[in-house]
Design a protein around this ligand. Sequence first.
Ligand code: TA6
Length: 303
Amino acid sequence: MPVDIQRIEMDQLAVWRVRRGEDELLIAEQGAQILSYRQGDAPPIIWLSEEAAFHQGQSVRGGVPICWPWFGDLARNPQAVQASYHGEQPAPFHGLVRALPWQLREQRSEDDVAILELHCPQAIGELPGWPHQVELTLHVRLADDLQLTLSSRNNGSVAVSISQALHTYFAISDIHQVRVEGLAGCPYIDTLHNWEEHQQQGDLQFGSETDRIYQNLPSVLTLVDPGWNRRIQLTTRSSTSAVLWNPWIDKARRLSSFADDAWQRMLCIETANVTEDVVVLEPGQCHTLNTSIRPLGLQPKTT
Ligand code: TA6
């Protein structure tokens, strides 16, 4: 299967277009943000907003923004993560790196697999208010699945605590039809209702705004989409937490670069290390957060 990797421009952003046979992946150098992923002429796997803007210094709506060195509202993070930031400015939502210039360090093809590696030079002592020396790298592997590996190596002399997420926007046929398997029995925090703790009963289906932090997760979650006759299998390593988010009608109207009806066509399943699953990087230690996104047919193989 032929592999082709080209650098293109999308408005103000430099983007790498990776083609593997009929499959295509777009990844912006800014934020090392996956923008889109499709296999052949099937519906896209990763969702990109129809109203996305490709501007320097602004995270693109959709794809896989990288939330690091904290997820969400810093004030809602464990104290050790909060203590890592000494900025004079209010802490930005979803950390410091998702709209920074990253650099492509490597691109190659091995047989019929495309491999790219990007790193964030500023994470090594140059992030405003975050005086740590961490080598931050995203490794991308496009084969029959899409594998993302976010590595954080502490090159400093003191330990640092981080929370993080691969904030993946999945494209779906219809939010009313999909369900997520693998969450049954897991505890979750409902951030829309006073961060109360609950336990998931059965598969997760959607009927209103949903913004939940799941914990003690198994390594495999499955997004089942009958409308597009497919399942997306999400397999993770070194993560036992995930954020499930759909803005629904009212919040959709308040989001930037987000069509009023787009809530019906997307679902975020965010592979994370948050709350009790945060990461402590001792000096010299490296943590790798890995996820594999694999589209499958609707019915599991009987063999
Ligand atoms: O991950 C879910 C979430 O924290 C939601 O609450 C919503 O704010 C979403 O992230 C998008 O955040 P953003 O800053 O990208 O608009």
